[in-house]
Ligand binder design. Structure first.
Ligand SMILES: [Ca+2]
Length: 349
């Protein structure tokens, strides 16, 4: 896939200005009848749609991207006249419900103040190097049948972020650019592919899982933590999944080998924080294979497989490192994000 910014993000009159964050942000939106002043010194097309103030923080240690939407100014009212707005965030390429976050709606003002932080969990340095954040200011569609186009949008290539340092922006909104329609609309699954313009990187479309491993010398066994998943593939018609995770340690003859987490309903970014225990000597466990699979729970029919990952001393890459480092010593807890494979898990001989 292309590592550069999303198409069309170059050479636009977009201004990313560094500013000191306001320690006492105003929290009261302007009254609806009061017109917002236009941004000063600029009345050309670049400011016609208004501006958006936001702060980005890439927390590299916790693999999280925080986007705080502060406020918009000078929004252009739609034909209907009312301005009830929220901010929608997507990571490109691969915009989908799995990577979509939104703020609450602020009603009746061209200068909405949200002061709300949206967080992408499982956001890695690799993501920062190749992803672009798209922020759209949208009308609340609740009372409208058709979804209106956004009032304006902007894009930030995330490779510019310095890890662990907050950066504030005050950027002019632009018109949504026309995008190519995909060849086939998967409407049966309700996937929001209509606004797709980029394809997801191969091997990342199933989502990822955060696992912790620790060999406990006190308890004499391996503790496996299923912490959370991120950007899971949607399997249900509503565009979401009802995920749960299965664990299987192989071979584990005569001992408990299988576990599963509880089901999290209607989410693509579930948090589990559940821990499971496999008894046995460290050297013996190190020779086994842990199969981790994520499933979409379906009432009355077979559950759908979303993706899986296999950890063992023969797995290769980070899957092998994670396993070997935690079983190579005692009482060392390591957390790591693993991308999920879409192919069903098969035990290697
Ligand atoms: Ca389901």
């Amino acid at each position: 896939m292309a590592a550069g910014p999303a198409a069309g993000s170059r050479g636009r009159p977009q201004r990313h200005t560094l500013r000191t964050p306001d320690p006492h942000p105003a929290v009261t939106p302007a009254p609806p009848q009061q017109a917002e002043p236009e941004p000063e010194g600029d009345s050309d097309d670049s400011t016609a749609l208004g501006t958006l103030e936001f702060t980005l923080l890439f927390d590299a240690d916790n693999s999280a991207l925080h986007c705080t939407a502060h406020r918009a100014k000078g929004l252009k009212p739609p034909a209907s006249g009312s301005v009830d707005t929220y901010v929608k965030a997507n990571l490109l390429p691969g915009a989908s419900k799995a990577s979509q976050l939104r703020t609450r709606t602020v009603r009746g003002t061209r200068g909405p103040v949200w002061e709300e932080t949206l967080t992408y969990h499982g956001f890695t340095r690799q993501d920062a190097g190749r992803k672009t954040l798209r922020l759209c200011v949208c009308e609340d569609p609740r009372l409208r049948r058709r979804r209106a186009p956004p009032l304006g949008e902007l894009r930030v290539p995330l490779r510019k972020l310095v890890p662990n340092r907050a950066r504030s922006f005050d950027v002019c909104l632009e018109k949504r650019k026309p995008t190519k329609r995909p060849k086939s609309l998967d409407t049966a699954r309700g996937m929001s592919l209509y606004e797709e313009e980029d394809t997801e990187a191969a091997g990342d479309e199933r989502g990822r899982i955060l696992l912790s491993l620790c060999y406990s010398s006190q308890r004499g066994g391996l503790l496996v933590g299923v912490l959370r998943c991120a950007h899971l593939a949607p399997m249900d018609a509503n565009g979401y999944s009802d995920p749960f995770v299965r664990l299987f340690l192989h071979p584990n003859v005569g001992k408990r080998s299988k576990y599963k987490t509880s089901v999290r309903k209607k989410t693509l970014n579930p948090e589990f924080n559940e821990e499971f225990f496999y008894a046995g000597p460290r050297e013996e466990l190190a020779q086994k294979t842990l199969l981790v699979s994520v499933w979409d729970y379906d009432l009355g029919t077979a559950d759908d497989f979303i993706g899986g990952v296999q950890l063992s001393s023969r797995a290769g890459g980070e899957r092998q490192q994670h396993w070997c480092e935690c079983l190579g010593r005692s009482d060392c807890r390591l957390e790591l994000w693993h991308p999920l494979d879409g192919a069903p898990l098969q035990l290697r001989a």
